[in-house]
Design a protein around this ligand. Sequence first.
Ligand SMILES: Nc1ncnc2c1ncn2[C@@H]1O[C@H](COP(=O)(O)OP(=O)(O)OP(=O)(O)O)[C@@H](O)[C@H]1O
Ligand SMILES: [Mg+2]
Length: 310
Amino acid sequence: MPRIVTLTLNPALDVSTAVEQVIDTRKLRCDTALRHPGGGGINVARVIERLGGDCMAVYLAGGPFGEELRRLVEAENVRGQCIEIAGETRESFSVYEKSTGRQFRFVLPGPTLAEAEWQRCIARLDAFGPPPSYLVLSGSLPPGVPDDIYARLAGSARQKGTRVVLDTSGPALRSALDAGVFLVKPSLGELRELTGRPLANETEWKEAALAIVHAGQARAVVLTLGGLGALLVSERAVLRAPALSVPVASAIGAGDSFLGALVWALDHDAPLEEAFRYGLAAACASLLNAGTELCKKEDIERLYRDIVIG
Ligand SMILES: Nc1ncnc2c1ncn2[C@@H]1O[C@H](COP(=O)(O)OP(=O)(O)OP(=O)(O)O)[C@@H](O)[C@H]1O
Ligand SMILES: [Mg+2]
């Protein structure tokens, strides 16, 4: 059985392309499209696979895009367990505007799940034996799934000694934190929504993250700050890392790359601080590649050496 399991309840077939300029009404002749299997947990598994980790992606898929998604997961040599659903897997479409470097991202809601479908998913995860060392719950919930599904999964995983790593938003984030996880990776926007506070400066970011740790909701908080880098807060450490300056071809999946490398390093018994550094290097490495291509192992290793943590 794999040591790391990722779950993607609402995956997507990611289609990305580029165009000189985005203008309304006109036909925009785009470059050849890149297609990748996407959704938080699948992206995390893609990164762990590239690093040589022992990982399995559990995901739900249906319809023709679901078929294509499954084919692309296999093409990346990601070990996958697909749970068939009646609805159709969504597509996500992103366009890089070459004249400005701006990225436009179109994200659809995903198919509505029947209760039997998400129950089957819970049962599948419960059946893993021996239980994995890490369970990564990443991404949004599709319509039809109860807000507390991550909380339920986190509760039962913890009882089996599995460390839960969480990356989601809104009510799903709040309820899973109430259940308690090992590590949570909010972006600043997600942390602001969670706390209901503007969190205007670094002192407030640290306080908000520490409050999560002190409440026993997570042993560690990794707050990702886009171009400003990231912050690691645990009972033992508060570390602030600025982002490396690299040419940004695409910021899509930077957070997923961060999480993939971080969990891979933790699973190799790296201390949290070192895993945080791997995460930063992978996030930065993913910026170098267009669309949803994510990061390359050699870039992660090269950039890892450049990271300075204060
Ligand atoms: N423009 C950028 N320049 C440099 N580094 C960046 C940039 N954007 C992202 N990063 C790196 O990638 C990491 C993760 O990115 P980000 O904070 O956007 O997380 P995210 O989870 O992808 O966000 P969201 O969930 O809101 O899309 C950051 O901590 C940072 O290290
Ligand atoms: Mg994110």
